[in-house]
Design a protein around this ligand. Structure first.
Ligand code: SF4
Ligand code: SF4
Length: 391
């Protein structure tokens, strides 16, 4: 069986020349992959992203989004940038804009795929753990999609890339009956957060981390969660270093749930109508949904593009594992000297599990071939740089 092709452009620029720079090389990959295969004239195309958080600003840079948008428009597509409600919808759009992602910078609308209230969803059959899941309607109804992911670590799944972007981010906040859909994935089914008063230092980190202002302490210094407001996102438990607030989740199961949900989202698209773009830049240890961004663990690697979600995720993790670590980062704090299995060493979770889990749905191959793009050729086809370094 032929290997899956993964296009790659390094973030390095070896010449003072746009065509040899990261953006120029990304543009060339978009030229090479023939977007006509993914987009028919007039198609509305979601560009599924994570738009960051207040404090988590290491998102895919708008210059690259704009380049993608222009390429999609050139083949007749009608793209829009989108994610689902994690924090209240209008607030999320303001955060996205503050992180540089808005209509002015990208050239297209930035919208919530599940509506500003996060309830626009379509229930679809899912794998054996979830049974069924509510998919954001603007993704469910689209004829094709670009999954544009910023690759980084993740406290609950070890790594967040395309599987996470789709499996969590393609799912609506709630369904029309008000039942949590994303939230069902963070928690073991039907379980609740637990709090142990004796362990609580009242540091209030959980209060500050909660995006829905669901946590208060009563006059007896007892933690109270407003279940009406709580989105079951698990952020509060993740920042509790005392082990007082505990999220009922199993790390292995969580990765399987992500793969299940991602497969359910992909099942709404005809085969071959989803393109994956993984930016391996500013690879920080934590998800872009946290209330801060830490320093990157490794130097910027570049961008990968493929129509195979298994291949691109495996290639991304393999490349990260071969990088040098940045000592002044969480990797250095942990005493790591190499990036091999870096996310497992930092978060205690093996991220290859989610790759194997999505592969089990028959959605791609772990056998890949990297095709590196070194430059964007000149109009006459030449690839000679105009201003090589050192001249
Ligand atoms: S983060 Fe943990 S220790 Fe701090 S206030 Fe919340 S429950 Fe208590
Ligand atoms: S799970 Fe925790 S952080 Fe998330 S909304 Fe509920 S109380 Fe807030």
């Amino acid at each position: 069986m032929a290997k899956s092709i993964v296009y790659f452009a390094s973030a390095r620029a070896k010449y003072f020349d746009y065509d040899y720079g990261f953006l120029g090389k990304f543009e060339e990959i978009l030229n090479l992959i023939n977007l006509n295969n993914f987009v028919a004239k007039g198609d509305y195309i979601p560009i599924k992203m994570h738009l960051g958080s207040q404090g988590a600003y290491r998102v895919v840079r708008p210059a690259f989004i704009r380049k993608l948008v222009d390429s999609l428009k050139n083949v007749g597509g009608e793209p829009f940038v989108t994610d689902t409600v994690r924090i209240p919808g209008l607030e999320y759009l303001r955060v996205a804009s503050a992180n540089g992602i808005n209509e002015l910078s990208t050239g297209v609308p930035v919208i919530m795929a599940d509506g500003v209230f996060g309830r626009d969803s379509v229930m679809r059959p899912c794998g054996p753990i979830l049974g069924e899941i509510g998919i954001a309607s603007a993704i469910h109804d689209a004829p094709a999609m670009i999954v544009l992911s910023h690759c980084k670590g993740h406290i609950a799944s070890g790594y967040g890339g395309a599987v996470k972007n789709l499996g969590m981010g393609g799912i609506a906040f709630k369904d029309r009956n008000g039942i949590h859909q994303r939230g069902r994935m963070h928690f073991l089914q039907n379980a609740e957060l637990s709090w142990t008063a004796e362990k609580c230092s009242h540091c209030l980190q959980c209060v500050g981390a909660c995006p829905h202002e669901s946590i208060t302490f009563d006059q007896n210094e007892w933690l109270v969660i407003d279940q009406q407001k709580c989105a079951r996102c698990g952020r509060c438990a993740r920042v509790c270093t005392e082990g007082a607030l505990v999220l009922p989740q199993n790390a292995e199961l969580f990765q399987k749930v992500l793969a299940e949900a991602a497969a359910a989202v992909l099942d709404t698209f005809p085969k071959g109508k989803v393109l994956y773009i993984n930016f391996v830049t500013e690879v920080q240890p934590e998800c872009d949904c946290m209330p801060m961004a830490d320093a990157p663990l490794i130097p910027d690697i570049g961008v990968l593009v493929s129509d195979d979600i298994v291949a691109i995720e495996k290639a991304t993790l393999d490349l990260i594992g071969q990088a040098q670590i940045i000592r002044d980062s969480k990797a250095g704090d942990k005493g790591l000297t190499s990036a091999e299995n870096i996310f497992r060493k930092i978060h205690g979770k093996d991220p290859y599990l989610q790759v194997r889990a999505i592969a089990e749905f028959g959605l791609g191959s772990e056998d890949y071939e990297i095709v590196e793009v070194l430059c964007k050729p000149k109009p006459d086809g030449s690839i000679e740089p105009r201003n090589p370094f050192g001249h």
